[in-house]
Every structure is written in structure tokens, then in C-alpha cells.
Design a protein around this ligand. Structure first.
Ligand code: ATP
Length: 368
């Protein structure tokens, strides 16, 4: 292929200022920029319709772009056709040949590349071993579970040693348990083979679990790209913060100099760098449900006492429980607090219509 003359590892993948519009509608990609380092796994995370799949398909060459540039290993591939880009793709749908065995499916990709039968057989066997399916190689893929079929699809993709592996919601069709174990497998194999990978998902936990870096997409571009921990702890915009679980919006008064805000009668340290404004400004503080404390009203003797204690740890805001969602390991409490919605995960010791107090124990992100 056109890429084989390059000195293979350098450069990774770059998408520069890529724009794509479908038939006069809003831009699916609107000045999209992404830089994937060699051997890196980048996950594009975002809501349905934000342009994730379009970005991946543009990189693959399955979608012509209106403007911008795509580089692989430092080479401009913007006008290189899909079959010359040295990329392999795994989709949500298994897209295997049901009348072929696992081994034949993996061999197929090598056959169309003109690899000899002996070499095909040995490479396919090696790949099936990599994905943990050595003992299933002669089974028809139509007789395999969804998870096994995705392993075969992965083996088939990796058999050709692609420059870039593209994974488009590869786990979405699988049940929750298989999804978790297979994403760990994908990450292990990706690290083991050192394959430069772009993984598209709308599942936040999946992104956090597998990525070297996560790019959160919004309206056709990446709003923030960062290592999972940084993204989770230091979201740079309100959109990103909300997307990764800072879903409670609480009113606060900024104490800019101290890097704090007064929230629900309590001083709360703010994420460094997230503060802009001056002392006394009204701000909105974003908090994760799991950081909020909830107490039953009986535990606080009276509202008067509560108000008198504004500055100590039992301070909080009164709220009425609107709904309780039992989710197994966690219980999500939805409560109404002076018109604001709030949620908190805790064991189920509160009931509907009960009055509770909500406290904020420690720092989150202010906006306002
Ligand atoms: P999903 O997770 O639902 O697949 P996505 O983030 O991958 O969403 P895209 O599939 O990239 O989003 O779509 C981005 C936008 O482009 C959407 O508004 C979509 O309707 C539009 N779009 C995508 N493909 C086409 C197409 N072939 N023709 C017309 N519009 C399209």
C-alpha cells in the first residue's frame, strides 16, 4: 500500500480542521482536530449525533470530507481510498461470514491481501489465540455468542497488522457482563500489539476504562481531550463536566480569593483553575451526586436549628424527595430543593415525599 514506504512508527494519526456536512444540514464535523500518538488508544465519547462515527469513518476513508486534512504516519491520506489506508474496523454489528468458521473468517482478510495459505493459517491461528478463541477456531460464527463473534472480528482486524484500528461501538450489542470483560480484553490486546486505535462510544464508563485519552465531542468537534483521570477530575467546560457526571447544579457565592464558594451554607473548596470571578459573585457549582450528603429531616431537630448552624458540618439545604431509583449497588435519590433538582446515591433509608437535608462535603466545579 501507499503507506508501506514510510518509516512505520512515526507520526501516528492527525485529523486537521476536518469539516463534513451531509446534504445541507448542520455540520457533522465542524473543524474537527485530533492527534493520536503511535500506539495510543483514543476514545471519542459523546452523545448520539455529535459526529463520532463520522470522524471515525472520515479517518477510515469511508466518508469524503468537505475540507481539512488527514495524516497517517506523517503522510497525507486525505484522498487515499479506503482500501489503501491500512486500517481495520470493527463495528457494532458483527459483520462476519456466518457460513465460515472462525478460522476461515480471520483468514479471509489475509487471503484478499494475497498472503499464502500456509502463512494465512498460522497467522489466523495466532490471532485466535490472542483473542482467547483457539479452541473455537473450527466453529461456524453463526453458532457463536455475540461476545465470541466480536472476538473473531477483532482477530480478523488485527491479522492484517493495520496501521490503525477503528472500533465503532464494538460492545454496544453485547450484554453488560460480556461488555465489561471484552473491553478489558480489547485494551489488553491493544497494548500487547501496540496498535494505534480510535474507539468510538457513548458509554462514559467504557471510555474511562480503556482509553489512554478521551476526547469528549460536542457539535462536530472535540471539546476536551485528556487522560481519563484528568478529564474526570478537571473538566474544562460545563458541557464536559455535565457529561462525565457532575450533574447537580447548586447555587453558591464565590469566595474567589480563598478558592472556595459558599454552597448550601458551607465553605466548599473549588477545583483549582476553575474559578473565575470575584468575591461575592453568584455562581453555579456542579457536583457529583455521590459527593452530596443526605440526612433525614428527623436527624435535624428543626429548620431554625439548621439555619443557626449554617457554617458547621450539619448545615445543608432542605429538599423533598421526589423519586427513588433502586439500581442495585446504588440507590439514586431525586429531590427537589427550592426548584433545583438534585440526586444522591446511598442506601435506601429515605422514602418518597420525605424531607431531607443535602450537604456538600468537598470541592467540585464552579460555573457562573
Ligand atoms: P451515534 O452514536 O448515534 O452513531 P454519532 O455521534 O456517531 O452518533 P454521527 O453518526 O457521526 O454521530 O452523525 C453526526 C450527524 O451527521 C448527525 O446529525 C447525523 O444525523 C448526520 N449524518 C451522519 N451520517 C449521515 C448520512 N449518511 N446522511 C445524512 N446525515 C448523516
Amino acid at each position: 500500500s501507499v503507506l508501506n514506504d514510510s518509516n512505520s512508527t512515526g507520526g501516528g494519526v492527525q485529523l486537521r480542521n476536518v469539516c463534513k456536512t451531509f446534504g445541507g444540514k448542520a455540520k457533522a464535523l465542524d473543524g474537527f482536530n485530533l492527534d493520536i500518538k503511535p500506539g495510543e488508544m483514543v476514545v471519542l465519547l459523546g452523545r448520539s449525533g455529535c459526529g463520532k462515527t463520522t470522524a471515525l469513518r472520515a479517518l477510515a476513508g469511508l466518508e469524503d470530507i468537505d475540507s481539512g486534512q488527514i495524516l497517517v504516519g506523517g503522510h497525507d491520506v486525505t484522498s487515499v481510498p479506503v482500501n489503501k489506508r491500512d486500517m481495520a474496523m470493527v463495528f457494532q454489528a458483527y459483520s462476519l461470514f456466518p457460513h465460515m468458521t472462525a478460522l476461515q473468517n480471520v483468514e479471509f482478510g489475509l487471503e484478499i491481501r494475497g498472503i499464502s495459505k500456509k502463512e494465512r493459517r498460522s497467522k489466523a491461528g495466532e490471532m485466535l489465540e490472542l483473542v482467547g478463541l483457539s479452541d473455537q477456531s473450527n466453529k461456524y460464527t453463526s453458532q457463536m455468542s455475540g461476545g465470541q463473534q466480536q472476538r473473531v472480528a477483532l482477530a480478523r482486524s488485527l491479522a492484517i497488522s493495520p496501521r490503525v484500528l477503528l472500533l465503532d461501538e464494538p460492545l454496544s450489542a453485547l450484554d453488560a457482563k460480556v461488555r465489561v470483560s471484552l473491553r478489558e480484553e480489547i485494551r489488553r490486546i491493544q497494548l500487547e500489539t501496540g496498535t494505534t486505535t480510535l474507539f468510538v462510544t457513548h458509554d462514559q464508563e467504557e471510555a474511562l476504562a480503556v482509553a489512554d485519552r478521551i476526547g469528549v465531542m460536542n457539535d462536530g468537534r472535540i471539546e476536551q481531550i485528556d487522560a481519563p483521570r484528568n478529564l474526570y477530575q478537571r473538566p474544562k467546560t460545563e458541557f464536559v463536566a455535565t457529561f462525565i457526571g457532575l450533574t447537580n447544579r447548586l447555587p453558591g457565592i464565590l469566595q474567589a480569593n480563598a478558592g472556595e464558594a459558599l454552597v448550601l451554607g458551607q465553605r466548599v473548596p473549588l477545583v483549582p483553575g476553575s474559578v473565575s470571578g470575584s468575591d461575592g459573585d453568584s455562581v453555579t457549582v456542579l457536583a457529583r451526586p455521590e459527593t452530596l450528603g443526605v440526612s433525614l429531616m428527623q436527624e435535624v431537630e428543626s429548620v431554625g436549628q439548621l439555619q443557626g448552624k449554617r457554617d458547621d458540618s450539619s448545615a445543608g439545604a432542605l429538599a423533598t424527595v421526589v423519586a427513588i431509583h433502586f439500581l442495585g449497588a446504588i440507590v439514586r435519590v431525586e429531590a427537589r430543593m427550592q426548584g433545583n433538582e438534585s440526586g444522591r446515591r446511598r442506601p435506601d433509608d429515605v422514602g418518597q415525599d420525605q424531607t431531607i437535608t443535602i450537604q456538600v462535603p468537598s470541592g467540585d466545579l464552579p460555573r457562573g
